[in-house]
Ligand binder design. Structure first.
Ligand SMILES: [Fe+2]
Length: 298
C-alpha cells in the first residue's frame, strides 16, 4: 500500500509533534471535535470558569457576538472525507466562510493560519487512543533569519522534528489551572463519557448533523470493507497519489472571531510545543510567531 502525505505543500518549515494517550474510545474524540457547539461551551465559557477558579481574570465572553455573526454551519462530503463549513457575517457586513477539514477516518486539521495542526486520533485498542498533533510553524522571513544562528538549520528547516508525549489530565478533583489548556478541556470531556460511551440514550439534535454524517460515512465505508473493497483514503499506487491536499487556514477565518488570551498561547498543544518552548526560552514573543509581526496584543 502507498503512503500518501496529508496537508499543504509546505516544506522547509519548523514543525513538532505532541502526543497524548487518552484512555477512551477513538469515536468519542472524533465526535467531540466534529460537534459544532463545543467550541463556545467548552473553550470559551468553561475556559472562563477555569480562569475564575484558578484565581485569574475571566475574559470578556464573546459567545453571543460570535453566535450572532455565524449564520450557517453545514457539512459536506469531500474527496478526503468531509468538511465543516462555517459561514459568518462580519460587523462590516461582509460575509465569509471557513472550512474545517476532517480526513477520513480519524484525522482533522485545526490550528492557526500560521500554525496549521494535523490531528490524528489513532486507536491503540477499543479503550485507548493515541492523539497526534503535528504542527507546522510558518515563520516570517525576518523571524526565521533572526532564529537561524540560535536554533540551527535542522530544526528551522524542518529536518529535525521534536516530539513530546504529555500525560492525560489527572482524574478526580479538577485542577483548574491545568484545565486552562484546550487540549485538556477536550480530553477531560471525552474521558467524562467513560471508556466507551453508552449511546443507547442519546437524542441527537439539529446541531449534531456533522456527527450523523460522520457515522453514516463510517457505516458506508465499513460495508465496502466487508464486501472486500477499499474504503476511501486507501491508495495502492504512488502516482498520482502523492498528497491529500487540504484547504489552507484562512487568516480571516472563524478563529479570527475568537479572543486571544494573554500569556502563552494555549490553543491546540501550544502550551507544550517543544518548538514554542525553545522560542520562549530565547525570549521570543510567541504571539508574534503565531499571529505575525505587528499583530495587535491579545
Ligand atoms: Fe475542542
Amino acid at each position: 500500500m502507498h503512503r500518501r502525505k496529508i496537508g499543504n505543500r509546505w516544506s522547509g518549515l519548523p514543525r513538532d509533534i505532541v502526543t497524548i494517550d487518552v484512555p477512551c474510545n477513538w469515536l468519542q474524540i472524533m465526535e467531540n471535535s466534529i460537534d459544532r457547539l463545543h467550541f463556545e461551551w467548552l473553550h470559551i465559557r468553561f475556559h472562563n470558569l477555569a480562569l475564575a477558579q484558578s484565581g485569574q481574570e475571566p475574559r470578556a465572553d464573546p459567545s453571543r457576538e460570535i453566535a450572532s455573526q455565524r449564520f450557517a454551519d453545514t457539512y459536506e462530503e469531500t474527496e478526503y472525507g468531509f468538511a465543516k463549513r462555517t459561514s459568518f457575517r462580519r460587523p462590516d457586513g461582509s460575509e465569509r466562510s471557513a472550512i474545517l477539514p476532517f480526513v477520513f477516518p480519524t484525522g482533522g486539521q485545526t490550528g492557526l493560519p500560521r500554525a496549521p495542526c494535523l490531528q490524528l486520533r489513532t486507536p491503540i485498542d477499543d479503550e485507548n487512543t493515541r492523539q497526534y498533533f503535528y504542527t507546522l510553524y510558518d515563520l516570517e522571513i525576518e523571524m526565521k533569519a533572526r532564529l537561524r544562528s540560535q536554533l540551527g538549520d535542522e530544526i528551522l528547516d524542518g529536518n529535525r522534528v521534536q516530539h513530546l508525549q504529555i500525560p492525560p489530565p489527572p482524574l478526580g478533583e479538577p485542577n483548574y489551572s491545568l484545565l486552562l489548556s484546550n487540549v485538556y478541556q477536550d480530553v477531560s470531556i471525552v474521558l467524562s463519557q467513560g471508556r466507551i460511551h453508552d449511546r443507547s440514550q442519546e437524542q441527537p439534535g439539529s446541531s449534531d448533523k456533522g456527527v450523523m454524517l460522520y457515522r453514516s460515512l463510517l457505516r458506508r465505508e465499513l460495508a465496502k470493507l466487508s464486501d472486500g473493497k477499499d474504503p476511501i483514503n486507501v491508495f495502492r499506487e504512488p502516482s498520482p497519489n502523492d498528497r491529500i491536499e487540504l484547504p489552507r487556514r484562512p487568516k480571516d477565518g472563524v478563529s479570527s472571531l475568537y479572543p486571544r488570551a494573554a500569556g502563552r498561547p494555549s490553543g491546540n498543544v501550544q502550551l507544550w510545543s517543544p518548538f514554542l518552548s525553545q522560542l520562549e526560552r530565547l525570549g521570543i514573543d510567541l504571539n508574534e510567531v503565531l499571529f505575525g509581526a505587528g499583530s495587535p496584543p491579545p
